[in-house]
Design a protein around this ligand. Structure first.
Ligand code: F6P
Length: 548
């Protein structure tokens, strides 16, 4: 197997960037009146305009040729058919099965996984019904008013992001909280406002061994038992979501109150599984099912649409164009929706844990950029913080703008103002402002020529900064499901192009291991390990000061 960078299609894109780097998007629009029309499409309730990018139809054809050369279609088929494409762990990658609303059989080792998927969904539905109706009570017979999800990474970010995004659909009588950080402050500050008699904990961990989650779970259990003083209370106040029944039982949670999932669900792709239990509790099972429907609609689009009309594949390829040929090193996600405030953090794990890889599936070292740094904040907060660098800084930062036509909170003209900023920013980023324009503006305003000439340099915007615009009619469970699936498949597309395994995460192991060694040293009060000078000195200082 050779690296993708050795393929002629890759090299042709390099040569093409050399031609394109001087191109101005404004000129491309002027030369092609149909550009916006041609470079936009709708799928699964989302509308994508990708015309404000430094590319032509020729670029798209070359990117399509690259996708064909790396067999994107074949890999997509293999994923959807349950082949073990996560080759370092020997696992299938089937988050798409979790929302396979068509029930088309999906086989893993010859077994259709859909009956199991549906059985867990049915259990979730029943449990959610009992908690939300008040039938499931706490140990002292009181109705559950608060749910605390204890999990980290994929067992936290997805449900937390979705619950915030679907706040308008949330029940007022059941509040959902998230504790992830092993910093005791997170748990202490969350439970401070809660009543143990009416609180239900979900311990969410695929492995049920994650240090942060297990530590938080056992402190939460202490908090509960201090108040209720009866070990039997655990069964009414703790449920688990995991693939590891043995560990769940060892923790003291009745496995009858455990919701399972499977090793073919990656942590960062798990919100569609029982890991989504807090979502279903917050917004009701029907809305959770709609979230799955939306994702399924995007799955079907990704699986069946031609490349030229395939939204996730196009976004993935455009990202490759910038990361590998234009030298972009980061990618901004800018939701113009306050309720999508956790989306950038969610996508950081989704993208960076998936594609932050330095070797191919076969173990060859890659010599090109894989996953860019993903970051962002909702507009308009971001505008008043970091957009300056996107507009006038020295690096190219491709950005996705995401917004809805209607807000769930149509307050006065807030939403038109909000979205006016969305459109204005994408326009300004593309158009920029020439020196002469800046100068003329200041002279017209009566500024002295000397001052205007000086300031015009600072008030010139290079423009030609690429953006994608993603619009939906309204942020609903369905459009949200489609949006998340869109990004999942964008990540997949890029992983296929780069020839890497997007579905393992060995990189987080080393730090975890060393933390355990260091923890033992902190407990013993003696630094005995083979540390570098800096780590040793820091540890000794920490231990010394803790003793005071
Ligand atoms: O950060 C590594 C990781 O394994 C993530 O992939 C995962 O989402 C997270 O830890 C939590 O893992 P678990 O669900 O097993 O507790």
């Amino acid at each position: 197997m050779s690296l993708v960078s050795q393929m002629p299609q890759w090299q042709s894109l390099h040569a093409h960037w050399d031609e394109m780097k001087a191109a101005r998007m404004t000129d491309l629009f002027a030369a092609d009146p149909d550009r916006a029309q041609a470079m936009s499409l709708s799928a699964a309730g989302l509308y994508l305009d990708y015309s404000k990018n430094i590319l032509t139809r020729d670029t798209l054809a070359k990117l399509a040729a690259l996708a064909e050369a790396v067999d994107l279609e074949g890999w997509t088929k293999r994923m959807f058919e349950g082949e073990p494409i996560n080759n370092t762990e020997g696992r299938a990658v089937l988050h798409i099965a979790l929302r396979n609303r068509s029930n088309r059989p999906i086989l893993v080792d010859g077994q259709d996984v859909m009956p199991e998927v549906n059985a867990v969904l049915a259990r979730i539905e029943a449990f959610v019904g009992r908690v939300r109706s008040g039938e499931w009570t706490g140990h002292t017979g009181k109705r559950i008013t608060d749910v605390v999800n204890i999990g980290i990474g994929g067992s936290n970010l997805g449900p937390k992001m979705i619950c915030a995004a679907l706040a308008p659909y949330q029940s007022e009588s059941l509040r959902v909280h998230f504790v992830s950080n092993v910093d005791g402050t997170h748990l202490v500050e969350t439970v401070r406002q809660l009543d143990p008699e009416t609180t239900l904990f979900i311990v969410a961990s695929k492995t049920f061994t994650t240090q942060e989650t297990m530590t938080n779970a056992s402190s939460a259990r202490d908090w509960l038992l201090t108040a209720l003083d009866d070990p039997a209370a655990v069964a009414r106040h703790f449920v688990a979501v995991s693939t590891n029944a043995e560990k769940v039982a060892a923790f003291g949670i009745d496995t009858a109150n455990m919701f399972g999932f499977w090793d073919w669900v990656g942590g960062r792709y798990s919100l569609w599984s029982a890991i989504g239990l807090p979502i279903a509790l917050a917004v009701g099972f029907d809305h959770f099912a709609e979230l799955l429907e939306g994702a399924h609609a995007m799955d079907e689009h990704f699986r069946t649409a031609e490349l030229a009309e395939n939204m996730p594949a196009l976004l993935g390829l455009i990202g490759v164009w910038y990361a590998n040929f234009a030298g972009a090193r980061t990618h901004a996600v800018l939701p113009y929706d306050q309720s999508l405030r956790f989306l950038p953090a969610y996508l950081q794990q989704g993208d960076m844990e998936s594609n932050g890889k330095g070797v191919t599936r076969e173990g060859m070292t890659v010599e090109y950029c894989t996953g860019p740094v993903v970051w962002g904040e909702p507009g308009t907060d971001g505008q008043h913080a970091f957009y300056q660098l996107i507009h006038q800084g020295t690096q190219m930062i491709p950005a996705d703008f995401i917004g809805a036509v209607h807000s769930h909170n149509e307050l006065g003209d807030h939403h038109p103002k909000f979205m006016a900023n969305f459109f204005a920013q994408t326009e300004a980023l593309m158009r920029g402002r020439k020196y002469d324009e800046a100068l003329a503006e200041m002279l017209d305003a009566g500024m002295s020529e000397e001052q205007a000439r000086f300031l015009a340099h600072h008030r010139t915007f290079p423009g030609n900064r690429p953006t994608n615009s993603i619009l939906m009619e309204r942020l609903t469970p369905r459009t949200l499901g489609a949006l998340i699936a869109l990004y999942e498949h964008r990540i997949f597309t890029q992983g296929v192009v780069w020839g890497i395994n997007s579905f393992d995460q060995w990189g987080v192991e080393l730090g975890k291991k060393l933390a355990n060694v260091i923890l033992a040293e902190i407990h013993s009060g003696k630094v005995t390990g083979d540390h570098d000078g800096s780590t040793r000195a820091l540890l000794e200082r920490f231990i010394r000061q803790r003793k005071r």
